[in-house]
Design a protein around this ligand. Structure first.
Ligand code: ADP
Ligand code: MG
Ligand code: ZN
Length: 477
């Protein structure tokens, strides 16, 4: 029997507007506590909210980017519950008439996108804040009322890795839209994962659990993986999955129940009487559309037209930092500095650079796009071998500089024909008489140790193809 994970994400995005969702208090991160507050965001009786127009516009941009249907009219609801970080006793959110519905990003369908306000921040002081013998928590209302967009996907993800990769795509898309800082560590991007498993090949969904607020991409992947394993373990031992909310502890890798699932009607949603409906006009949509940058899907199309492989096109579109860097290097190569480098081979060098940088943004590295284009040009023009170019790239990563100058200074240029290589090939055959005999006898693949000898002797500066040809010639095959 094989089990198939089914995953849907609920993502909260703090919008980077200047002021809060329903009042004029400034947004802040890192200011002293409780300095950005007013009667509205403190929830004092009689105060009246007014919706932030810019936040609505940002949400429309997100809706357009995710190819959603924008509601011509949507309304706010009160979601009632008690918690110390919610002084009104309800959160203003959207319920059955959200701003955006449907849509897709990459392979994942979007269920809905709605606007709401963030709660204040509870700070647990623990032992250090003990008062009357018990631990103490305090509330910072600076965050209370920050505009939030909630993005809910359909349960279309199938592996923990895909969930992580898709979340990175969403983060990059939102970053390009310039609507949020999208920083998971700082909480401007927060993700809950809904997870279930089912027998591969069946259509019915299993009972899901919800993993709350994982604050890094890595934890999302690890948390989901741990939960899938837990559910498979339960089902294989004849037990049932219980619908509940879980907390993933990344330290120990453990999952602990937070609470069993509240039903939607527990919140006693009702329309917010203090706010008028949001009417989305054609002008508002046009203005939001005019602010859209090129989005990943369009970018991937463009890269396919440059004849990048489907995998590379998708990767560079999902990672705009790599895509941007690639395009700058390509512009240099096209301007003649790169001796006929193909887009794909340049892309391979960008990918190689990214892996040497441990996936950090190459624009922030010491390797200028010009330098990478030149390096790729040296390889294409057979000035250096790929093996040498790898070493040179390592040097560029560590120190920056110009690849041609490094090749020159270190005498790394490819050894062509001529005496030196002839002599080394002769020595290689002499050192490997058995291999030479087998090649002569028709076993072409036995040539390995002889070519390897030349490569070692020349420290990778010989062209493998050329060496192979020379060896075969000398052996008369
Ligand atoms: P709830 O009412 O519990 O919030 P929803 O139906 O609104 O549940 O779905 C919330 C999220 O859970 C969505 O992202 C959805 O795709 C996902 N989801 C729903 N059912 C499942 C399931 N059986 N397995 C995994 N994810 C699911
Ligand atoms: Mg939910
Ligand atoms: Zn306020």
């Amino acid at each position: 029997m094989s089990w198939e994970p089914v995953i849907g994400l609920e993502v909260h995005v703090q919008l980077s507007t200047r002021t809060k969702m329903f009042c004029g208090c400034e947004l802040s991160f890192g200011d002293p506590p409780n300095v950005h507050t007013c009667s509205v965001c403190l929830g004092l009786p009689g105060s009246l909210p007014v919706a932030n127009e810019r936040a609505v516009q940002y949400a429309l941009k997100i809706g357009l980017a995710l190819e959603c249907e924008l509601a011509p009219r949507s309304i706010f609801h009160r979601k009632n519950y008690f918690y110390p970080d919610l002084s009104k006793g309800y959160q203003i959110s959207q319920y059955d008439e959200p701003l955006c519905r449907g849509g897709r990003l990459g392979d994942v369908r979007i269920h809905r996108v709605h606007l709401e306000e963030d709660a204040a921040k509870l700070v647990h002081l623990g032992q250090s804040g003990r008062i009357h013998g018990s631990d103490r928590s305090v509330v910072d209302f600076n965050r209370g009322g920050t505009p939030l967009v909630e993005i809910v996907t359909e349960p279309d993800l199938r592996t923990p890795e895909d969930a992580r990769e898709w979340l990175v795509l969403l983060r990059n898309t939102l970053r390009q839209l310039a609507v949020s800082d999208v920083n998971m560590e700082e909480g401007s991007l927060r993700c809950d994962a809904n997870v279930s498993v089912r027998q591969a090949g069946t259509a019915e969904l299993g009972t899901k659990t919800e993993l709350k607020n994982m604050n890094s991409f890595r934890f999302v992947e690890r948390g989901i993986r741990a939960e899938v394993e837990r559910q498979v373990g339960l089902l294989e031992s004849g037990q049932n999955v219980v619908q509940e909310t879980l907390h993933f502890d990344p330290q120990g890798g453990t999952l602990t129940p937070l609470r069993s699932k509240e039903e939607a009607h527990d919140y006693r949603y009702f329309p917010e009487p203090d706010l008028v409906p949001v009417r989305v006009t054609e002008e508002m949509v046009a203005a939001a559309r005019a602010e859209l940058p090129e989005l990943p899907a369009a970018r991937a199309e463009r890269y396919l037209e440059l004849e990048l492989s489907a995998d590379t096109a998708r990767r560079f579109a999902y990672r705009p930092d790599l895509g941007d860097y690639f395009e700058r290097a390509l512009a240099v190569a096209a301007a003649g500095d790169g001796a006929d480098v193909s887009a794909q081979s340049l892309a391979n060098w960008v990918a190689e650079l990214a892996s040497q940088l441990d996936d950090a943004d190459p624009a922030e590295s010491k390797v200028a796009p010009e330098a990478l284009a030149r390096l790729a040009g040296l390889v294409t023009g057979r000035g250096v071998t790929s093996a040498v170019a790898q070493q040179v790239l390592g040097r560029l990563v560590a120190e920056g500089g110009d690849p041609a100058a490094i090749v020159e200074a270190e005498s790394l240029a490819t050894i062509g024909g001529g005496g030196e290589l002839e002599e080394t090939v002769r020595a290689a055959i002499e050192a490997n008489p058995d291999a030479a005999e087998r090649v002569r006898a028709g076993k072409a693949e036995a040539i390995g140790p002889i070519v390897g000898y030349v490569m070692r002797e020349t420290k990778g500066r010989a062209d493998g193809g050329q060496v192979t040809r020379m060896v075969r010639e000398r052996l008369g095959v």
